[in-house]
Structures are given as structure tokens and as C-alpha cells.
Design a protein around this ligand. Structure first.
Ligand code: PXP
Length: 238
């Protein structure tokens, strides 16, 4: 059964819409834990559009489950992570103009930069995961860098317009998952997963962790965070 990482970025998005103090993602993380979250995921973007440095610092003290910090592979972010020491860092690509993380990290095209950050993080005792597309070349490049985990981007599966293309994208994820596991990588998946599309992904062999944000926060607005996480946890548990 995969672990459920709850991404609370969009609680901070609502707060930043008014640059005020509510809703507080720190509270949301605690309520997510009460609902059964196995991890709390948060993305400190370079433009600080949602999560702020204060959120990362406070949550480092309050979160009792695994804290997974998503960030770009830059020197500035790496220094912040080494200072804060979350349990895990997920390196993601970042473009200022994007609405959300659009594609996976191009590990093959950025080996040196990714390796420099991953090595510094590992030396500090932080687990590193690379967020990549379900592509054998990217998986192999991750393994060659000595990184131990990958998060496969499920966005194309989630955004598929009809069931035939969704089936195709699902198979791509299954094959990439097998490939990653055969290379000894710990397998995570995430992006665009919802209450409707998560069950098939949760049942893929070897998936250890799913990171889900927008759909849970959207439901939490209606039913509360603890209940929203409880419902997602039960789907993930199968
Ligand atoms: N995994 C990664 C690496 C992400 O960047 C995000 C979005 O921040 C997610 C998972 C969660 O995506 P969603 O909000 O679509 O569930």
C-alpha cells in the first residue's frame, strides 16, 4: 500500500491571495496528519507564490510524519534545505510563468547541476527524489547520479482526454515503474491525481508514495482537511 503525501501548497495559495495569515498551511498539515497523511509535501517556489520560508521553518518543528520539500535544483534552495533538514527533498523543474509544475526534470540534460544539488543534500542526510517523466532514459540518468528515488509524473495520465489515451498513459507509467524498480529505485508518483483517477495508480506494483495536493485541498474546502485526507487515504489503501 503506497504512503500518502499530502501537498498543502494550495492552502497557502488561498492565504497569499490576500497576503494575510489565514488559512495557515501549518494547521492544514496537522489536520492532514489527523486524517492519516503519511507525509506532508510542500513546494517552496523561487517566486514564493504560495509556501513561504516561515511555513517551511515552522512545519519542520510541527510535522510529525515525513516532510517532503519540493524545490528547484538551485544553490539557494539547496542551502535552505540543508539548513531546514526535511526528511526528503524532491527536486522539480520550475518555470516562473507556469501555473503548476509542467513536466519532469530533464536529468539527462542537466546532470551536473542536479548531481551537485543531490550530492549536497545526501551528504546532509536528506533523502533525495527526482520528479521525472515516465521515461526510461530519465530513470537511467537518475540511477547513474546515485539518487535513490524517483517520482514519476502522472500528469499525462491525469489529463488524458479519453479512456483510450488514459489507458495508454497508464501503461507507460506501469512500464516506467517496472523499469525504475528493476534499477533499484524507490518509486513515487504524483501530479494531477484525484479521487476519481487515483485507484489504478495506487495499485501499480512497487509504488511506495503518492503525492497529492490540489484535489485534496479542493475537497477540504467543502468537507474539511481531515475528512478529505481520510477519504483519499482509503482510496490509496485500496
Ligand atoms: N508531485 C510534485 C513533484 C509536484 O510538483 C506536485 C505539485 O506541486 C504534486 C506532486 C501534486 O500535484 P497536484 O497538486 O496536482 O496533486
Amino acid at each position: 500500500m503506497p504512503a500518502l503525501g499530502v501537498n498543502i501548497d494550495h492552502v497557502a495559495t488561498v492565504r497569499q491571495a490576500r497576503r494575510t495569515v489565514e488559512p495557515d498551511p501549518v494547521w492544514a498539515a496537522a489536520l492532514a496528519e489527523l486524517g492519516g497523511a503519511d507525509g506532508i509535501t510542500l513546494h517552496l517556489r523561487e517566486d514564493r507564490r504560495h509556501i513561504q520560508d516561515r511555513d517551511v521553518r515552522v512545519m519542520r518543528e510541527t510535522v510529525q510524519v515525513k516532510m517532503n520539500l519540493e524545490m528547484a535544483a538551485t544553490d539557494e534552495m539547496t542551502s535552505i534545505a540543508i539548513d531546514i533538514r526535511p526528511g526528503q527533498v524532491s527536486l522539480v523543474p520550475e518555470k516562473r510563468e507556469e501555473v503548476t509544475t509542467e513536466g519532469g526534470l530533464d536529468v539527462t540534460g542537466n546532470r551536473d547541476r542536479v548531481k551537485a544539488c543531490a550530492d549536497r543534500l545526501s551528504e546532509a542526510g536528506i533523502e533525495v527524489s527526482l520528479f521525472i517523466d515516465p521515461d526510461a532514459r530519465q530513470i537511467d540518468a537518475t540511477r547513474e547520479l546515485g539518487v535513490s528515488a524517483v517520482e514519476l509524473h502522472t500528469g499525462r495520465y491525469a489529463d488524458a482526454e479519453d479512456s483510450a489515451s488514459q489507458d495508454r498513459e497508464f501503461l507507460t507509467l506501469v512500464r516506467a515503474g517496472e523499469h525504475a524498480a528493476s534499477r533499484g529505485l524507490v518509486l513515487h508518483m504524483g501530479h494531477g491525481l484525484t479521487y476519481r483517477n487515483v485507484s489504478r495508480i495506487a495499485a501499480i506494483p512497487n509504488v511506495c508514495e503518492l503525492n497529492i495536493g490540489h484535489s485534496i485541498v479542493a475537497r477540504a474546502v467543502m468537507v474539511g482537511m481531515t475528512q478529505a485526507v481520510r477519504e483519499m487515504k482509503s482510496l490509496v489503501s485500496g
